[in-house]
Design a protein around this ligand. Structure first.
Ligand code: HEC
Length: 171
């Protein structure tokens, strides 16, 4: 009789805990339902606009600020030569970091799979470029630019091979 009573009280305890958990999770479900109804982000700029107006201008500045060019007057170094110059390219790299997040927003992301990996890759390359700019490290800055370029082309190849051709033509 004693054993039965203690088993019974255990069962009641489990039921009580279960009930308490159910009560706790109920408000969460309501919150989720509310937040998916409300538009949390302004995504009126589509992916094409993000590319043309945000990501490409910032990336072009990064690529134009790394490496060397050979012209009539010989080799010209493209890297910034002043603190202000490095600060400026670091700010452009920050735009690239955040562009990764912009592309990952619901309403812009084309899927929850490879697209997200490429978007994250943009941010990662941008962070590397920011770090290299902060330490004025030319070699690391150049490598970050190369990594960035490979993310652009990989995503275009996966999602819009026509863009890949046009994008390469423009260089
Ligand atoms: C997460 C995927 C993704 C990444 C990463 C990405 N793009 Fe794009 N990009 C696209 C898609 C998709 C389009 C085609 C958009 C459309 O439908 O017009 C595009 C189009 C473009 C276009 C052509 C826009 C037009 O007018 O048609 C340019 C330029 C461009 N991207 C530049 C870049 C550059 C530069 C980078 C890297 C710094 C980059 N993109 C990285 C997905 C990506």
């Amino acid at each position: 009789m004693h054993i039965l009573a203690s088993k019974l009280s255990k069962t009641i305890l489990i039921l009580l805990v279960g009930g308490a958990l159910a009560a706790c999770s109920a408000p969460d479900e309501t919150e989720t339902a509310i937040s998916t109804d409300a538009p949390a982000f302004n995504t009126s700029l589509d992916v094409t606009a993000i590319m043309n107006l945000v990501l490409e201008p910032a990336s072009d500045i990064l690529w134009d600020s790394g490496g060397w060019v050979l012209d009539a007057s010989g080799y010209e170094e493209l890297y910034p030569t002043t603190d202000e110059g490095w600060d400026y390219v670091r700010a452009q790299a920050a735009v690239v970091v955040e562009s990764g997040n912009m592309l990952a927003l619901p309403g812009r992301a084309e899927d929850n799979d490879a697209w997200m990996i490429y978007a994250e890759g943009l941010s990662e390359a941008g962070v590397l470029a920011m770090e290299a700019a902060a330490s004025h490290n030319e070699e690391d800055f150049f490598q970050a630019g190369a990594q960035l370029y490979s993310v652009c082309t990989a995503c275009h190849q996966a999602y819009n091979p026509d863009i890949l051709d046009r994008f390469d033509d423009e260089d």
